[in-house]
Design a protein around this ligand. Structure first.
Ligand SMILES: NC(=O)c1ccc[n+]([C@@H]2O[C@H](COP(=O)([O-])OP(=O)(O)OC[C@H]3O[C@@H](n4cnc5c(N)ncnc54)[C@H](O)[C@@H]3O)[C@@H](O)[C@H]2O)c1
Length: 256
């Protein structure tokens, strides 16, 4: 059990990478408070995960784009856990908007969740980690590193998340707070939504491109691949690693 005794907040646990991470962290012995806005799935996933390991797992509603709510919920979660060692922040939304069609509403829709949500959450966990240290894991994307067609606001938001992650690694290292990012490429409802927006002809092109670019299998990985990276970055096995991005993408992006 690599996370035995760790007190953890996970976001985005109603779906995708967050749901698999919740199960995996429970099996690895963590005590967890999970956050999402999809309350039915969020609460059901937490109840199921509670049976998987020794640590208590519970759920709280939290819209991460609302700073007052984030501060209140993080304080309540840290109170329930008796402190806080780890935040793995995976919650996010997505909407494809062409660069030439950008409007203020479209920008706010993505930036409020990805950028403001990440900054609100990271700032809210700081007071709970600064005494004994901790590990923050944020979620970026290959769209924020090398670029990806069709979703430039999302890419800009993920670039901001990565830059923020590296800047707080510099600022909070003196408090023994580590801050790293994961850039996944795995099959989830969010990834499926992006494919659903492409027509059949475009989809054929995408498949050919992935075959060429992803040395391991030519396609997306599984949510468990990202959950395993989260375990590593949350655990003491990564205690000398901060300010890094870990790509879990079969080799799609080889720069950082
Ligand atoms: N799947 C991929 O290949 C891929 C690629 C690049 C980056 N990512 C990133 O990985 C992370 C996880 O993605 P996923 O594919 O598992 O997504 P997902 O859509 O399956 O899950 C996202 C979760 O976030 C929650 N959420 C949305 N808005 C919220 C809000 N305002 N407050 C709280 N929770 C909210 C949703 O309810 C959902 O449960 C995201 O940050 C995503 O941008 C995923």
């Amino acid at each position: 059990m690599q996370l035995h005794g760790k007190r953890v907040i996970l976001t985005g646990t109603a779906s995708g990478i967050g749901a698999t991470t919740l199960e995996t962290f429970a099996r690895e012995g963590a005590a967890i408070v999970s956050l999402d806005v999809q309350d039915e799935a969020g609460a059901a996933n937490a109840a199921a995960a509670d049976d998987l390991g020794p640590g208590a797992v519970s759920y709280l509603h939290c819209d991460i784009s609302d700073q007052a709510e984030v501060v209140r919920v993080v304080d309540e979660a840290a109170g329930r856990l008796g402190g806080l060692d780890v935040l793995v922040h995976m919650a996010a939304n997505e909407k494809n908007v062409a660069a030439e069609d950008v409007t203020e509403d479209e920008i706010d829709f993505i930036m409020d969740v990805h950028v403001k949500g990440t900054l609100f959450l990271n700032a809210a966990v700081f007071p709970h980690m600064k005494g004994a240290g901790g590990s923050i894991v944020n979620y970026t994307s290959l769209a924020g590193i090398s670029g990806y067609p069709g979703n430039p606001i999302y890419g800009a938001a993920k670039g901001a998340v990565l830059a923020w992650t590296r800047n707080i690694a510099r600022d909070w290292g003196r408090h023994a707070i580590r801050s790293n990012a994961v850039a996944p490429f795995v099959m989830t409802p969010m990834a499926q939504l992006a494919f659903d927006q492409a027509g059949p002809e475009e989809m054929e092109g995408i498949k050919e491109w992935f075959k060429m670019m992803v040395p391991l299998g030519g396609w997306l990985g599984e949510t468990q691949d990202a959950a395993n990276a989260n375990v590593f970055l949350a655990s003491d096995d990564s205690k000398f690693i901060t300010g890094q991005v870990l790509s879990v993408d079969g080799g799609f992006v080889m720069v950082r």
